[in-house]
Design a protein. Structure first.
Length: 102
């Protein structure tokens, strides 16, 4: 699950090199999200009820932390926060399914 960089951005010879690198990065991101999802599903074993699965306080603090991380990386923290909000809502819904199957 690693990204093997072929070209640094400044070393790309054309748009095809750029697109290839972006595709590789996106694939690595998706692999990491899949790995994250496995942990999300496993977490349901340690939760006692649906409220624990939703963990609103954790959800909100996690979003703020991702926003801070994004800001530090020169990204728009609000955009990244929004992306993680949607992603984690999906993961929570899936975790609830896992929880209900216990």
């Amino acid at each position: 699950m690693t990204y093997n960089q072929i070209y640094k951005p400044e070393d790309c010879h054309g748009i095809n090199d750029i697109r290839t690198e972006i595709d590789h990065i996106d694939y690595a991101v998706i692999q990491l999200l899949s790995a994250r999802f496995e942990y999300v599903k496993a977490a349901s074993k340690f939760k006692m009820n649906a409220k624990d699965v939703q963990a609103n306080e954790r959800f909100n603090s996690m979003l703020e932390k991702r926003k801070q991380w994004a800001d530090k990386q020169g990204l728009n923290g609000d955009v990244i926060k929004s992306l993680f909000c949607e992603l984690v809502k999906y993961f929570i819904a899936e975790e609830l399914k896992e929880f209900e199957q216990k």
